[in-house]
Design a protein around this ligand. Sequence first.
Ligand code: HEM
Length: 434
Amino acid sequence: MGAVAALILAGLLAALTYVLCALHSIVWVPYRLERRLRCQGIRGPPRSLLSGNAAEYVAMTKAAQSAPLASFHHAFIGRAAPQYREWAARYGRPFGWIPEISAITSSMLDEWEVQGETRAEFEIDVNKEFHTLSADVISCVAFGSSYEEGKRIFQLQDEQIQLVILAMRTFYFPGFRYVPTKKNRRRHSLNKEIRNSLRRLIDINRNKCEDSKNLLGLMLSASKADNEFKMGIEEIIDECKTFYFAGKETTANLLTWATLLLALHQEWQHKARDEVLQVCGKNEHPNAETLSSLKIVNMVLKETLRLYPPALFVNRTVTRDVKLGKLDIPAGTQLNLPIIDIHHDVDIWGANAEEFDPSRFADGKSYHLGAYFPFGIGPAICVGQNLAMVEAKLVLAMVLQRFAFDVSPSYVHAPMMVMTLQPQYGAQLLIRKI
Ligand code: HEM
């Protein structure tokens, strides 16, 4: 009897272990993985407890493979592996910020449409519009779901930048910043408020999804690392401020000059719109794939960055004596690399260097690495260049899909440098819905 009871007990234990293992792999593991991926903004189809997404996958494949393709072509993913296209369309692709940027752009363009409801043609200062848009994009990229609080911090930073610009325009006496003038006190209190708000935001986010895909989440993960990449909270605060400063003005100005140039050069506006309509259609938002097919829009943006580079120069400090060609440059020298001057040089770009000609950047044409560097050069090159180009392409394509535009008679051409290259009196365009 004792032996039988022991056998039954062993059987029960084995069965219990089996059930627990099964529950672990069928219920717990998918639940834990799903939760971690959702934290990072990755969505997917709802799954059933036991079979996951198998039923939907089988039905989708069966429907897609019920008939052969109509002709011998190579766009067969929708037949061989329909789930990639279907689920990507429904839930977005997991990486990149394209859905967020296109939602922000869409709401800006909806507002333009409202303005145009009663008039066939209306004026818009696109410089203002693009600055608001790129601030929204950076807030979203940096802070994800804490976007609204992030936006408020960045508004304070905008005020701080305006005060810095004022300070740069006046002669500076060493030590003057410690004199408690009204502006100095405001500078000081803004700095304190921004740092305190960021500290609060970091505290709130610290225990959420540290490894989510927004910038703050990534940096918070790094703050926990136990290696050389470990980041302190003050360092994270500095990085948040740098990203906003480095990414907002530059991208907004690229978009401003690109639309102004297309307004002035209608032939390129038509070519770029034809391409967008052909690749994306009239109503589809561009996605990662269609964006990479927009060759003309890319050429337009590259030529805009050549003629109107948002950053006019980059600086380097020489840290040890070096020989540059025939010159001996002593350590401590400040070198200024004049992006704008090199981009307009007739010896490099030919007699039409001062003209807008996107065909310079057509496929297959090359240029010297040192002749074109709107995003800087070398190890310090801009870390945001891919984001900037994706954002600019997406926004320009969506504008071209919905509106045609001309330079307004009220526009005055006055490029000036205020940290970045800006149109001094704004960029007024006459807009028509198409
Ligand atoms: C059209 C848009 C942009 C242009 C023209 C631009 C240009 C530049 C340039 C010229 C530099 C200096 C590189 C060097 O010294 O060699 C730079 C640095 C940098 N950029 Fe950009 N940038 C753009 C957009 C962005 C965006 C969207 C972000 C971030 C989201 C960003 C983040 C940065 C950062 C963090 C640095 C390094 C700053 C530092 O180390 O002090 N940039 N960028």
